[in-house]
Every structure is written in C-alpha cells, then in structure tokens.
Design a protein around this ligand. Structure first.
Ligand SMILES: [Zn+2]
Ligand SMILES: [Zn+2]
Length: 386
C-alpha cells in the first residue's frame, strides 16, 4: 500500500461520520459542508453549490493541461437502518444503504493523498454529486456548468458491489448498466352499462390489446443478439365497477435496456402501438415516457485505463475486465453522455463481511475497502496525468 499509514483510519472516521448523519436527494447541507471543509483542509480549491449541493475540488500540479474528473455520490436512502453499531444512522428513516458514505470517504482519501504528494502532472477535479438515487444529481451539476466552468477531459466513477470479494474490481467496455424508464398510457373511451357495450368504446379491451402489443417490442423490434431489454406493464387502473364499463384506463410500467438506440426504438414502438390501437378502436390516448436513468456506457479507451489502474492495485487475477452487464441503473450515466469515461465496480466482500445487498436495512460499506478505492483513484490519476 502506498498511502500514508494513517490515511485508512482517517477514511474510516470520515465514513462513520457520514454514515451517522445520512441525508437524501439534494438536501445534503451537513454532508456537503463536511466534504467541502475536508477538501479545503487539504489545501484544495473547492467550489460549492454546483447543482444545488454538488461540490467540485480542483487540484493542479505541474505544467500538464490534461484534466481528469473523479466522481463520488453523497446521498443516502429513505430506509430505516436496522444495524446496531455505534455509528448507525442518527437520522430517523434515512440511511447510507448504498455505500455512498464509503464512496465519498474513498475520494476524500485520494484527494488527501494527491494534495500532499502531488505525484501527477495536470489537473484533478474531485466531483461530489447529490441525488444519485433518484437519477437527478449528475444532470443538475451538468446543467449548472460542471463541464463548462471546469475543463474536464474524462470522467471516472466507482461503486461498491456486495457479493464481489474484497480486493477485486470488475468492469466492461460499452454498456455496463441499464437505463430505467417509466411510462404511463391513458386511454379514454366511452363508458357505460356493462350490458350494452356496443353503445360505448371499452378502454379495457383497448388497453388489453395495447399490453399484448407491448410484448412485441422486445420480441419483434430488437435484435435477439445485439440488444436486450425489458418492457413490463405493472399497473392497469380503471374507473369502472362491476356493472360499469369504465371511461378511462391508465396503464403504467417500466423499461430497461442497454443502449440509447434501443431506448429510442422502445419509446417509438410503444407510441406507435398505443396510437394505432386507439385509432382502430376510436379511443383517445395520452402517452408519457420518462427516462430516469440513461444506460451507463463506458468508453473503450477510458475502460482500458481503468483496467490498467485496477490491475496495478488489485493484480490481474482479481480484475474482471469483461463482466456481464447489470440491470441496475446509475446516474453517472448522464456524465458519460457528455464526456468519455469509465464506471467500475469494487468488491465490498462476501457473506457477513460486506455481502449484504445494496438498499437493504442491514447493509454497511466495508471499511477495509476504503484503502482499495483510494489507491485505485490515485493510481488512475498517476497513470493518466503523467
Ligand atoms: Zn443505490
Ligand atoms: Zn449507489
């Protein structure tokens, strides 16, 4: 390990402090202030309030004009913690159940090391973003000038992964994680007596045909080899009753896929099916398709750099460089749409030592992983900013 021997213990203390005081969404006054003050204490120029509570720390060294952005997330979840250890959440109904306390502590550790040793040539931006869990924080920082106010050539992100052994790292070039979209289809027919359906336009029949039509999107619009996706209708709501044909049906659901192209195909095919089916029946419709998370798509060159840094820290036997894509989603995807970059996953451990699933009330970030993550960040900076 090349970190200062005292740094791992400091990172543990920082993480426990953030774990004890979880905050959610954009409402992160204590967490953001804690992180900004730490960056300032390392002598790092710190800009607050980007995308409401986001922070950027800027560290320059040497004459190099290349610049890298390292990103951590700061927000917790609306979960009541069931852990009983001393640093458990002191904020009722809020908990760091996704390890963003660990992500922030690891990036602070890397910042502390790089500010002291300055063994790189160029500029490092330490990006701490709010509201990852609802998929809004990255775009809020971008809209507030993250990539205009700061010259950032490439961006990197890191998430812990329970069930993956400590001291391991996994990544893949291209699509790593899925998009997440929701849809709402509102069908307006003509309701009436259940005994005389010919006098109305039954939106239940129209809606049923639409749901069956939605099943053809994946099976008949996407390549079985190149594109995987899920389209699920999850709610079917009517204003009818036992002897009344409703006048309105609302269908809601959820979609996941791995490329922007597939996302566009799904949205367009869905609207065609809704419009065509409603027109055939003489019903009216409303269609709303909301994309919460884009697919997380790693750039090939930056993934090669991430793998090289991970190999140096974890050893080639402990780095998986072509893992399967995951159906979970990640807000860092918004940054990857603007800048080349790479998102990697670091082992949080297995079994009782770090294996509890993310978003579980018994989850906790594995403190032994903090030094792994900080070293990965430092290695990546040294490799890129020569
Ligand atoms: Zn999460
Ligand atoms: Zn997370």
């Amino acid at each position: 390990m090349f970190l200062d021997p005292k740094l791992p213990q400091k990172m543990i203390e920082w993480r426990h402090h953030m774990h004890r005081h979880p905050e959610c969404g954009f409402d992160l006054p204590l967490t953001a202030d804690f992180i900004a003050k730490k960056l300032e204490s390392f002598g790092i120029e710190t800009v607050r309030g980007i995308g409401k509570t986001g922070i950027v720390g800027i560290l320059r060294n040497g004459t190099g004009n290349h610049s890298v952005g390292l990103r951590a997330d700061m927000d917790a979840l609306f979960i009541t913690e069931q852990n009983r250890f001393a640093y458990r959440s002191a904020h009722d109904g809020k908990m760091h159940a996704c390890g963003h306390d660990g992500h922030s502590a690891m990036l602070l550790g890397a910042a502390a090391h790089l500010a002291e040793h300055r063994d790189f040539n160029g500029t490092v931006h330490f990006i701490f973003q709010p509201d990852e869990e609802h998929g809004q924080g990255a775009q809020a920082m971008i809209d507030d000038g993250l990539f205009d106010r700061f010259s950032i050539d490439e961006v990197y992100g890191l998430h812990n992964m329970p069930g993956l052994a400590e001291g391991t790292f996994t990544v893949r070039p291209g699509s790593l994680m899925a998009s997440e979209s929701s849809f709402e289809i509102r069908i307006t027919g003509v309701g009436g007596h259940a005994a005389m359906p010919h006098k109305g336009i039954d939106p239940i029949v129209v809606g049923s045909q639409i749901i069956l039509g939605l099943q053809t999107i994946v099976s008949r619009n996407l390549s079985a080899i190149e594109e995987s996706a899920v389209v699920s209708a999850t709610e079917f709501i009517t204003n009818g009753t036992v002897n009344v044909i409703p006048s309105e049906v609302v269908i809601k659901g959820d979609c996941r896929c791995f490329t922007e192209e597939a996302l566009t195909k799904i949205r367009d095919a869905m609207e065609r099916i809704v419009a065509g089916t409603c027109q055939a029946a003489g019903a009216q419709y409303g269609f709303d398709f909301r994309n919460t998370f884009h697919p997380t798509i790693n750039s090939p060159d930056q993934t090669t750099k991430a793998i090289a840094a991970a190999n140096a820290i974890f050893g080639t036997d402990n780095v998986i460089s072509d893992c399967h894509p995951l159906t979970i989603s990640e807000d860092f995807s918004s940054m990857l749409r603007v800048k080349p970059g790479c998102y990697g996953l670091i082992g949080n451990g297995t079994g009782s030592a770090g294996g509890c699933a993310l978003h579980n009330p018994n989850y906790d970030f594995n403190d032994r992983v903090l030094a792994h993550g900080a070293q990965y960040w430092v290695q990546l900076v040294r490799d890129i900013l020569l």
